[in-house]
Design a protein around this ligand. Structure first.
Ligand SMILES: [Zn+2]
Length: 157
């Protein structure tokens, strides 16, 4: 675990303890990062971890504000060390839709039970056994259907 985390839970948002507003969250995160960097003399933004907490387990998350022509917010969740991608959600409104909050709980719950969604078809797979390419984990069908080849090319180029 990183020493200076900023933490958030689905319930913080559901109960209104933290306002459900991505612009506000982004501002808060930026502000907290600056505060932490100043008070702890940290050098990099990267020294501050953003944790989405579910059942006392840390997950890493990121919120991306709309850029250019893409008028969508994006929320991405990984496992704690950030090497396994659990899910990405896009939405137009700055508030995180309740179905997205439910799905975040769902992917965290599955992860605690050893499962993540295949990065291509969405089937639940055992992440400890399934093949992976960068942070994506794939089912056998999708792996054989192209990711295996991609991974091999990456390795030998
Ligand atoms: Zn698949």
């Amino acid at each position: 675990m990183k020493p200076f985390p900023i933490t958030l839970t689905t319930n913080d948002i559901r109960t209104g303890a933290i306002e459900n507003d991505c612009d506000g969250l982004l501002y808060m995160v930026k502000f907290d990062i600056q505060q932490l960097k100043a008070s702890r003399r940290l050098r990099w933004d990267n020294d501050v971890a953003l944790y989405w907490v579910y059942k006392n387990q840390n997950f890493t998350f990121m919120i991306v504000a709309p850029r250019g022509l893409i008028k969508e917010y994006e929320l991405v969740v990984w496992n704690e060390s950030g090497n396994i991608h659990l899910g990405s959600w896009q939405f137009l409104d700055s508030a995180i839709p309740s179905n997205v909050l439910n799905e975040i709980d769902d992917v965290c719950e599955h992860f605690l039970n050893g499962e993540v969604k295949c990065g291509q078809c969405g089937t639940w797979v055992d992440y400890k056994k399934a093949p992976s390419y960068f942070a994506g984990v794939y089912c056998q069908t999708c792996w054989e259907g192209g990711w295996k080849e991609k991974e091999a090319r990456e390795t030998y180029e």
